[in-house]
Design a binder for this molecule. Structure first.
Ligand SMILES: C[S@@+](CC[C@H](N)C(=O)[O-])C[C@H]1O[C@@H](n2cnc3c(N)ncnc32)[C@H](O)[C@@H]1O
Length: 306
């Protein structure tokens, strides 16, 4: 996106003589944000169901991230992109009566599902904030911990936010992210296919669809791969990172089927897939023996201190 966009911006701004590329890139990302602020995936109850499946899939690695962050009962935890509250529930379990989760999200409907899900789930308090995490706000004040699961790749040029985040936080604030990896496992998939393993085409088709959808919306589906480097570059301390593949099972296949249902119109209007092709791929996924499929995605996780 940047390399394609920069020459166009240079032509447009050429009369100014000196071009500040940082400003150009920020302006581009802001333009994407304003124009396409809408979350690229769905916000319905069905989307919440897909995120519930994803939560089960990410259960162990999510708990490991929370272990890395050493949550304390009275922590004030700011959760970026809390969505319907799957990860929030895990944070809640580790907090006591003095603990607070500030759940920041742009989706009112997903956030209200979080509010319902968290009712009676523990002594901690949930404070929902409807805001775009790219624009840091007063909701960060007093944070002991800042955390986000599967949200960074939804923010264009999110590295700018990560740098500004460190500047805004008290030194010592614990920070951690979990991001999906929709790319690295594809190399093994292709190798297996090329050496005669049948039945992998629906995984490759799904991975192609989600990557192309993100790229079409100016989002990097691989932001997790450079996350630890970006955090170190911004001066975060004690950056610990890990990469883990997720097993393939029925839940993963259901997640993929729901993804197609959620974004069918977007995939077709962007010319990524036809409705007929989506239906065909869904049929192939339903017929697949999920447990014998290789991993189709993985996770990056990083924990550090501001
Ligand atoms: C894949 S979902 C993950 C939800 C939740 N963190 C979880 O793991 O279940 C991404 C969430 O990020 C939110 N989101 C996307 N872009 C955002 C932005 N710029 N500011 C705040 N929230 C955002 C979406 O509304 C959605 O709830």
């Amino acid at each position: 996106m940047c390399s394609a966009g920069a020459p166009r911006a240079a032509t447009y701004l050429g009369f100014l003589g000196h071009v500040d590329w940082t400003l150009v890139l920020v302006a581009q990302s802001t333009a994407v944000m304003n124009k396409e602020h809408e979350y690229v995936l769905g916000q319905s109850a069905r989307a919440a169901r897909r995120l519930e499946i994803q939560d089960a899939h990410f259960a162990d690695v999510s708990e490991r991230l929370l272990d890395d962050l050493a949550l304390r009962p009275n922590d004030r935890v700011v959760e970026l992109g809390c969505g319907p509250g799957g990860f929030t529930q895990r944070i809640f379990r580790r907090l006591g009566a003095g603990g607070v989760v500030v759940g920041v999200d742009t989706s009112e409907s997903l956030q209200s599902q979080a509010r319902r899900v968290l009712e009676g789930k523990g002594p901690a308090r949930f404070e929902p904030v409807l805001a775009d995490i790219a624009q840091l706000g007063t909701w960060l004040s007093g944070a002991d911990v800042v955390v986000g699961r599967a949200v960074l790749h939804h923010v264009p040029m999110v590295e700018f936010m990560l740098g500004r985040l460190r500047a805004a936080l008290r030194p010592g604030t614990r920070v951690g992210f979990l991001e999906p990896d929709f790319r690295a496992p594809l190399a093994r998939l292709a190798y297996l296919e090329a050496t005669g393993r049948p039945g992998l085409k629906p995984l490759a088709a799904w991975a192609t669809a989600i990557n192309r959808l993100y790229l079409a919306r100016g989002l990097s589906p691989a932001v997790g791969a450079t996350l630890a480097l970006a955090l170190e570059g911004a001066g975060y301390r004690d950056v610990r990172s890990a990469w883990e593949e997720c097993r393939s099972d029925r839940a993963m296949v259901e997640n993929m089927l729901l993804f197609y249902d959620e974004v069918r119109d977007r995939l077709t209007s962007l010319g990524i897939m036809t409705a007929e092709e989506i239906a065909r791929q869904q049929g192939l996924l339903r017929a697949a023996h999920a447990e014998s499929l290789p991993p189709a995605w993985a996770t990056f996780r990083a924990a550090c201190e501001a």
